[in-house]
Design a protein around this ligand. Structure first.
Ligand SMILES: *[C@@H]1O[C@H](CO)[C@@H](O)[C@H](O)[C@H]1NC(C)=O
Length: 290
């Protein structure tokens, strides 16, 4: 068998795969849930009040361990917009409309500080940790299936989660982000989906490419098309998107470049709806629960 990276790395990745394969029900499994309100819950983290919304499947079953998906808002945005599908977001980034039993998910929409994810001193990662602790004590989560997504600053935060909590998150989907929430750690292989507009005026696509390339490297992927070249990107004015799956990765890495600016919901020319939610859900759905 051809081994493209050192044997020690292979062994470490194999152990990770084994760790990830088994379902890991959280302490909240079997309990009557209390985190069922449409209103936000509050936690104190580093002496600051932090809020988060929770969305359960309508037919929530405390004996079923669900995927858990963090949905981070953008700069200037609010968790309530992610929840309500206002301010340019689809509700919960459009994912609950696509998920389905047995891979339905529990969603959490955390509120940033000052409408963003500056993550000063790691305080937003500490908030994620606190949400996980509270939520998984109350709800039935498969702790081998934690995910994160978001647009812009929310993508930055998803990337930061992949950097800092790569051993406890299964995959992230970063929509038009930049590395502006930091990347503490940053060495673990994590499944990574990135999408970015070629003419992004807010966070240039080079930022998205550099975030992607960290996880291309961490996952030991071969280059996109077998050589060293960059994944193809659509021409300006083409009104299209181009999806590339990297080859030979420990965990999957997908890159979608689209003809457009800074938007969470790009739409191809002539299409009526965005492909972004579909691609994100298709990526998260690949990780089948055992
Ligand atoms: C996204 O998925 C939904 C549900 O399957 C489908 O109706 C819609 O056409 C898809 N949109 C795109 C742009 O692929």
């Amino acid at each position: 068998m051809h081994v493209p990276y050192p044997a020690a790395t292979t062994l470490a990745l194999l152990l990770l795969l084994i760790t990830h394969a088994a379902a890991s029900p959280s302490a909240g499994c079997g309990r009557a849930p209390t985190l069922t309100a449409p209103t936000p819950y509050t936690l104190t983290v580093n002496a600051k009040q932090r809020q988060y919304y929770v969305r359960l499947p309508a037919d929530y079953d405390p004996s079923h361990a669900y995927k858990l998906i963090f949905t981070f808002h953008a700069l200037g945005g609010q968790a309530s917009q992610v929840v309500g599908g206002t301010g340019g977001y689809l509700p919960w980034y459009g994912l609950p409309a696509l998920d389905g039993f047995p891979s339905r998910a529990i969603y959490v929409a955390p509120e940033g500080l000052n409408n963003g994810w500056g993550n000063a001193g790691g305080e937003d990662i500490a908030f994620v940790d606190a949400v996980l602790e509270a939520l998984e004590a109350d709800l039935c989560v498969d702790t081998a299936h934690r995910y994160a997504t978001g647009f812009s600053y929310g993508a930055a935060m998803s990337y930061s989660v992949a950097c800092s909590r790569g051993t406890s998150f299964r995959a992230v989907a970063a929509l038009s982000g930049g590395p502006i929430s930091g990347c503490e750690g940053g060495g673990d292989p994590v499944a990574y989906y990135g999408q970015h507009g070629i003419s992004d005026q807010m966070l240039p696509i080079a930022m998205g490419r550099s975030m992607r390339d960290r996880f291309v490297a961490n996952n030991g992927c071969a280059a996109a098309a077998g050589g060293q070249e960059e994944p193809p990107e659509p021409a300006s004015g083409s009104g299209t998107h181009v999806r590339t799956e990297y080859k030979g990765c420990a965990y999957p890495v997908v890159w979608v470049a689209f003809d457009g600016d800074h938007t969470p919901q790009p739409v191809d020319a002539g299409a009526t709806g965005t492909w972004a939610a579909n691609e994100t859900w298709a990526f998260f759905e690949r990780f089948v629960q055992e």
